[in-house]
Design a protein around this ligand. Sequence first.
Ligand SMILES: Nc1ncnc2c1ncn2[C@@H]1O[C@H](COP(=O)(O)OP(=O)(O)OP(=O)(O)O)[C@@H](O)[C@H]1O
Ligand SMILES: [Mg+2]
Length: 207
Amino acid sequence: MKVLSIVSQKGGTGKTTLATHLSVEAERHGHIPALIDLDPQASAAKWGDHRAADSPAVVATPASRLKQWLEIAKNNAATLAIIDTPPNTESSILEIAKVSSLVLIPCQPSLADVDAIETTVTLVKIAEKPAYVVLSRVPANTDLDIHARRAIRTNYDVAVAPCQIGNRVGFIHAYNSGATVGELEPNSKSANEIHALYAYIAKQMES
Ligand SMILES: Nc1ncnc2c1ncn2[C@@H]1O[C@H](COP(=O)(O)OP(=O)(O)OP(=O)(O)O)[C@@H](O)[C@H]1O
Ligand SMILES: [Mg+2]
């Protein structure tokens, strides 16, 4: 079983949005996903409650029980565990990174957000796990993404996914109805961004 964790110290960067969307996308590609929600706000679990479909399986648990839940997921034939994490997780990032095959770090394209990934990047490096920053909630018709990519390249030794996620209202509708942008609007830009991100991450996890 592969383990993909989605981590960023800053709140509201899109962790839960990516965790839910990548879980559904993984299932579409033949995985049996288990979405493990470590956030006391339980946003991913609440998305699961709003959801009409009974998959992917979503469980909310404190980080102290993560290893046990990974074992349960594996014993129930899950092929990919996706871990959604709370903001301000300094104390547990290292433990989460250590059990991960790959760590995804969502980051909004502002210098404040780029500054805020420093601790996450450092701790993930210590765990020696592959990590990718993904720009998320990128406003249309700006060059904020270009500046953010440059700042990340200058300040950190971490890869940035070539694809990115725009700031699109479809993601908010999707959360509210326990769905994904692909389920609500299959041919939308947002759905295509998620397809591209999943394809990229899946390829990195294979290697
Ligand atoms: N790409 C996007 N475009 C527009 N809205 C988005 C996008 N991604 C997330 N949002 C919205 O922004 C808010 C925060 O997103 P989300 O809950 O995914 O972030 P988070 O990093 O999990 O937050 P927290 O740190 O509080 O757990 C939500 O209302 C969500 O619907
Ligand atoms: Mg969240």
